[in-house]
Design a protein around this ligand. Structure first.
Ligand code: UDP
Length: 240
């Protein structure tokens, strides 16, 4: 079976991958390496929308667990995603890739606001659009932001590049016999509470028939392999 041909994809990168080997923050060398991979994907002719998390800097839930107001902490998390988006923009532009950052929280001197039709125009012109600040509201995650942008930008698939190489039936760190799915249905993910993305993100993809491809972005060259259909991955889709 030949791999699916995508025209436009949404690539979601967890904030934690930007840390490289560090425990916190942004590792510019690793971000540069990630940018190379994104550029290589773009050079195959793909239109790319990027969403980057913020977990390497701040997570609202972690702040709330330490007594902060949840919404306030979530806004801090959203601001963290803007920093990551700017770091990735910088790395991509160092490679000569044209990009625009659009943030769901307006920050006029730093980036554009999210304007769908404008984002379309950027993609038409061969730019990568980096969507920052998730959906712009607390109590959500950047996974939901990724699903939302994938739907509104009519992306053919959502690629979730993270630290694990797919979706398992139980936590592989705890259970050595955990099984990785090649493909799995949205409803199985939701009913079994499998750790892929938060439920609202999975439901949005299900309702809009957007396949979710979960893969490890830490492995060098894996994005290209996954796009070619030869990588280690799990595909969440209808009727799997
Ligand atoms: N966040 C939010 N609304 C959004 C997107 C993100 O409140 O639409 C906050 C939330 O606190 C979250 C943090 O931003 O914990 C960082 O995003 P996320 O945890 O999704 O990052 P990732 O796990 O992908 O690194």
């Amino acid at each position: 079976m030949s791999p699916p041909r995508y025209k436009r994809i949404l690539l979601k990168l967890s904030g934690e991958v930007l840390m490289g080997q560090h425990q916190f923050g942004i590792d510019p060398e690793f971000v540069a390496q990630l940018a190379q991979e994104v550029k290589a994907a773009k050079d195959t002719g793909l239109e790319i929308c990027l969403v980057i998390g913020g977990g390497n800097i701040f997570r609202g839930m972690a702040g709330a667990a330490k007594g902060m107001d949840r919404a306030q902490a979530d806004y801090m998390g959203m601001l963290a995603t803007v920093m990551n988006a700017l770091a990735m923009q910088n790395a991509l532009e160092n490679l000569g890739v044209h990009t625009r950052v659009q943030s769901a929280i307006q920050m006029d001197t730093v980036c554009e606001p999210v304007i769908r039709r404008r984002a379309e125009r950027h993609l038409d012109k061969g730019r990568i659009v980096i969507f920052a600040a998730g959906v712009g509201s607390p109590y959500f995650t950047t996974d939901s932001g990724a699903a939302l942008r994938a739907a509104e930008m009519n992306c053919d698939a959502l690629f979730k590049g993270t630290s694990v190489d797919g979706v398992y039936d139980s936590d592989p760190k705890i259970n050595a016999a955990a099984k990785r799915y090649e493909t799995v249905d949205y409803d199985t993910v939701l009913a079994s509470n499998l750790k892929v993305m938060d439920a609202s993100a999975v439901a949005l993809c299900r309702d809009n028939d957007i396949p979710i491809i979960v893969f490890s972005i830490r492995e060098q060259g894996n994005l290209a392999r996954v796009l070619a259909g030869t990588g280690r991955q799990t595909i969440v889709q209808k009727g799997a």
